[in-house]
Design a binder for this molecule. Structure first.
Ligand SMILES: NC(=O)c1ccc[n+]([C@@H]2O[C@H](COP(=O)([O-])OP(=O)(O)OC[C@H]3O[C@@H](n4cnc5c(N)ncnc54)[C@H](OP(=O)(O)O)[C@@H]3O)[C@@H](O)[C@H]2O)c1
Length: 277
């Protein structure tokens, strides 16, 4: 599996596994655990989760999937903005660690900006890092102005990643946030990279897919990862989807493919507020 570098030089896989909507229904539990295990077997060893998903249920699914193989995984989790005070962040992280049944989270993100001062959350992240409970920290749903504000905080330049909505239909970040992130060597983590399945019948994507004997999902993922720095984290419970997504790693977009995507989904020509799902 190809890797990208966090700002401190640590390599992480460019293709991981999402878990939103997992841990919500007991009837899907076995299938969700199996899907994550399959993803790990296929080399997608970065797993993205959050205290919000399934009210902690997704983290419990992750714990089951990584049983006996914690050291081969890179676990990303997130604190809710309503918990992101100095004390609340630490308490939320400790609850997540318990549900994940691990002693550390590899990358701990602020899920989106809330009412607590960024400095307070950063200080809590640093306290957690000093205790070894998290290894890196980052943010999610931060627009360019948010990133600049973050970087101006004490210790803010330690941010390791920004997880944002990114797929051909939601490519506003191509105007400013993505180039800025590349310039600062802060990898973007692309969430909802197949637009939760809604993009997969788009004729332009299907046409490109056909040229490669691939799927529209693979085209979306290969496109998101085309800069060799962005990390895509598709969620799949169906094992066929997990295998399909893994194969996107080996699909390279040609200049013709990229031009066709630009025609169907024009690149932004001005700054737009960051979209969220
Ligand atoms: N930071 C944030 O605010 C934020 C927001 C949203 C998401 N996320 C993270 O990003 C992850 C991915 O985003 P997402 O779950 O919103 O959407 P997504 O990955 O774009 O789409 C997931 C949906 O697409 C289907 N799917 C996946 N691969 C497919 C394939 N190859 N062919 C056909 N269908 C396919 C899945 O079906 P099955 O499940 O049935 O296989 C599921 O219904 C989340 O799970 C979460 O970890 C973060």
């Amino acid at each position: 599996m190809r890797t990208t570098k966090l700002p401190n030089g640590e390599a992480v896989p460019v293709l991981g596994l999402g878990t939103w909507m997992m841990g919500e229904k007991a009837s899907l539990r076995a299938a969700e655990i199996a899907a994550l295990k399959l993803g790990l077997d296929l080399g997608m060893t970065l797993i993205d989760t959050a205290e919000m998903y399934g009210d902690g249920g997704a983290e419990e699914i992750v714990a089951e999937a990584i049983k006996g193989r914690r050291d081969e995984t890179f676990i990303v989790s997130k604190v809710l903005p309503s918990n992101a005070s100095a004390r609340g962040t630490v308490a939320a992280c400790e609850r997540s660690l318990k549900r994940l049944r691990t002693d550390r989270i590899d990358l701990y993100l602020l899920h989106w900006r809330g009412n607590f001062a960024l400095q307070e959350t950063i200080d809590a992240f640093h306290a957690l890092r000093a205790q070894g409970k998290i290894r890196h920290w980052g943010v999610s749903n931060f627009d360019l102005a948010d990133m600049e504000e973050l970087m101006a905080c004490d210790g803010g330049t330690d941010v390791a990643s920004n997880q944002v909505l990114y797929n051909p239909q939601r490519r506003g970040i191509d105007f400013d946030l993505a180039p800025w992130s590349r310039q600062h060597a802060i990898p973007i983590m692309a969430y909802s990279p197949v637009e939760q399945g809604r993009l997969l019948k788009h004729s332009a994507l299907l046409k490109i897919a056909e040229r490669h004997g691939a799927s529209a999902a693979q085209v979306c993922l290969a496109w998101a990862m085309r800069d060799r720095a962005t990390i895509a984290i598709p969620k799949g419970t169906d094992p066929a989807h997990v295998r399909d997504n893994r194969a996107a790693h080996d699909l390279t977009m040609t200049p013709d493919d990229l031009a066709d995507i630009d025609r169907a989904f024009p690149p932004p020509t001005r700054a737009k507020p960051l979209e969220m799902i």
